[in-house]
Design a protein around this ligand. Structure first.
Ligand SMILES: O=C(CO)COP(=O)(O)O
Length: 252
């Protein structure tokens, strides 16, 4: 049985004051009781990981963890501005997003680099959240499965069996920050396609990998999405900034 995982991705938002309010509100809400067997993660901007890590430690809820939004593909050295996976581990991160479409779009990240980043995360005892997804043009021209298959096949080639310890996030680019959520059926179809592709490589890996959906998830559409058999949780952008909305999605 794959646990449901809900991850908030704050992207480039937050401040010391608002982060403290957010973590306190979410912890207080979660202390009232949460559905059993689920995992919750908040991915804060790098400068706030230390602060958020401390706040999360203080509320000591075993099911709430800290995550980062990106990591270097290298372990150490002359890479000005980069952050090594070992540093994220020291900051108490348990999860790291890699290959988000905004990294691919604004920083020209390619699949091989994304897989190298995932390896760094795994080597440091954390869980990579590998993002894939097609653009609007790719879907409109009927190439969505081909595009996502291409992205997944690069991950399989480099990560092999280690994919069993990763999470995959299907985030169609046209649904990110647009309010245009993929219907539960559209999302389920792609999640199924990803799982079948992984099964071509290794059935065990395919049955273990959690596949999260991301793209305009809100409290009012989360229940339907999370009920789908191949959707194992969500990667939440905009709605995760509001602690009450994030709590509502975590309870969906
Ligand atoms: O990119 C996302 C999460 O990583 C999704 O963002 P939104 O939830 O704002 O659409």
């Amino acid at each position: 049985m794959r646990p449901l995982t809900v991850i908030g991705n704050w992207k480039m938002n937050g401040s010391f004051a608002s982060n403290a309010d957010w973590v306190k509100t979410v912890c207080r809400g979660m202390e009232q009781g949460m559905p059993a067997g689920r995992k919750y993660v908040v991915c804060a901007p790098a400068p706030y990981l230390s602060q958020c890590g401390g706040l999360i430690r203080d509320c000591s809820l075993a099911f709430l963890s800290l995550g980062a939004q990106d990591v270097s593909a290298y372990s150490a050295g002359a890479y000005t501005g980069d952050i090594a996976a070992s540093m994220l581990k020291e900051l108490d991160c348990a999860y790291v997003i890699v290959g988000h479409s905004e990294r691919r779009q604004y920083h020209q990240e390619v699949d091989e680099q994304v897989a190298e980043k995932a390896l760094q995360v795994l080597d440091n005892g954390m869980i990579p959240v590998i993002c894939v997804g097609e653009s609007a043009d790719e879907r409109n021209s009927g190439r969505e499965v081909e595009v996502v298959r291409g992205q997944i096949s690069k991950q399989v080639a480099i990560l092999q069996d280690r994919l069993a310890d990763c999470l995959i996030a299907y985030e169609p680019v046209w649904a990110i920050g647009t309010g245009k959520v993929a219907s539960a059926e559209i999302a389920q179809d792609m999640h199924r396609a990803i799982r079948l592709q992984l099964a071509e490589f290794n059935e065990d890996v395919a049955s273990h990998v959690g596949i999260l959906y991301g793209g305009s998830v809100k409290p009012d559409n989360a229940v339907e999405l999370f009920a789908m058999p191949d959707i194992d949780g969500g990667l939440i952008g905009g709605a995760s900034l509001n602690p009450q909305d994030f709590l509502a999605i975590c309870q969906a």
